[in-house]
Design a binder for this molecule. Structure first.
Ligand SMILES: [Zn+2]
Length: 112
């Protein structure tokens, strides 16, 4: 199963990295020209990574909401701790084994 990351966070990371390389390079520009040259190469690689990230297609994903089943005020029901909907046995007899709320989609993986 693929894992998704934030495109903005990844881009921001490489922007900070580019700035870090730039500052280091400027510090040693006069004293260590070889290091300065290597820093420029690294910065170009970072710029390539930023361009790559910007060009990637964005996936249509929704953040996972975590919840747990709670006691319902009805005898033959359970309640979603996230949306508060009562899920009746008539609707889904196996609700205690459900890993997701059928109403809001919350993942039922929080501990008691
Ligand atoms: Zn729910």
């Amino acid at each position: 199963m693929p894992e998704y990351i934030s495109k903005d966070d990844a881009y921001r990371h490489f922007e900070e990295l580019q700035e870090k390389h730039m500052k280091r390079a400027e510090k040693v520009k006069e004293k260590i020209p070889d290091y300065y040259e290597r820093s420029l190469v690294r910065m170009n690689e970072v710029i390539d990574a930023k361009s790559f990230i910007l060009g990637m297609p964005a996936a249509d994903v929704v953040p996972v909401v975590h919840g747990k089943w709670e006691n319902s005020k009805y005898m033959a029901a359970t309640k979603c701790g996230v949306c508060g909907e009562d899920i009746f046995l008539d609707d889904c007899e196996q609700f205690l084994e459900w890993k997701y709320c059928p109403i809001c989609g919350a993942k039922m993986d929080l501990e008691e």
